[in-house]
Write a protein that binds this ligand. Structure first.
Ligand code: MF3
Ligand code: CO
Ligand code: CO
Length: 249
């Protein structure tokens, strides 16, 4: 899991270097696919439940699972790139929302506070803590900044399976009392919105967009629960993930 996580982090950093106005998400998909295969891994999204591409690219009002296509990134867009690699029998799953060129102040706040919310959720992880302590930390931060929290998509156990049965909501529900345990591996991947978090799916049955068309951002790390804290698996040995490298103030 450490090796898969590290590779996912490195591939996401690679993807981030491709982000620029004029670049199509199809070309990012092709380059990321090639890079993952070159490293001896498999891009987990490809053919997963019929998903047609190797990476998810979610622009502006797209909340998650955007399918790469011929649309070029434009100055002022925000784009989440979600990379998952399958290496030696296990998955590493991580994503970042990147800013394309000059982005407006509301979008920058959204990106910055969604990143912060993910880290607050990570900070709540320890053995014995109920799973709802993660959602509590994330939702209270979102409230502080008047941002919405998407409920339909949640973090998940990850390991030999891409999505295991373990559910990690990003909102607070006190009945979610399942205790976290040392050795568990799962993602935290909050999606926060500038407006309402209500969503609908496009006819492609993947692309989730905000009902009010306002923007959404997402960050994701794969974690390993220890007695007193979470270890972030989707980082390079230098302790870097794309969420750190591309942090903006
Ligand atoms: N990587 C996404 C997640 O964080 C899942 C993508 S499923 C796909 O769980 F089929 F769309 F790739
Ligand atoms: Co995930
Ligand atoms: Co993901």
């Amino acid at each position: 899991m450490r090796r898969a996580g590290q590779m996912a982090a490195e591939v996401l950093l690679f993807a981030g270097r491709l982000v620029a106005p004029g670049v199509t998400t199809d070309s990012i998909d092709a380059r990321v696919h090639e890079e993952i295969v070159r490293r001896g891994a498999y891009p987990s999204p490809l053919n997963y439940r019929g998903y047609p591409k190797s990476v998810c690219t979610s622009i502006n009002e797209v909340i998650c699972h955007g399918i790469p296509d011929s649309r070029a990134l434009a100055d002022g867009d925000i784009v989440n790139i979600d990379v998952t690699v399958f290496l030696d029998g296990v998955h590493g799953d991580t994503s970042v929302t990147f800013e394309v060129g000059d982005v407006d102040d509301h979008s920058r706040l959204l990106v910055r506070e969604t990143r912060a919310a993910m880290y607050l959720g990570i900070g709540a992880v320890r053995s014995g803590a109920p799973v709802c302590s993660i959602g509590k930390a994330i939702e209270s931060h979102a409230r502080l900044h008047r941002l919405g929290v998407v409920r339909e998509f949640i973090g998940h156990g990850v390991g030999t399976e891409f999505h295991s049965g373990l559910q990690i909501p990003h909102y607070y529900e006190r009945s979610h009392t399942t205790p976290l345990e040392t050795g568990m591996t799962f993602t935290i991947e909050p999606m926060l919105t500038l407006g309402s978090p209500n969503l609908y799916l496009w006819d492609d049955e993947w692309t989730a967009v905000t009902a009010d068309q306002r923007r959404s951002a997402q960050f994701e790390h794969t974690l390993l629960c220890h007695d007193d804290e979470a270890e972030i698996l989707t980082r390079t040995p230098a302790g870097e993930g794309a969420a750190e490298v591309y942090a903006t103030e």
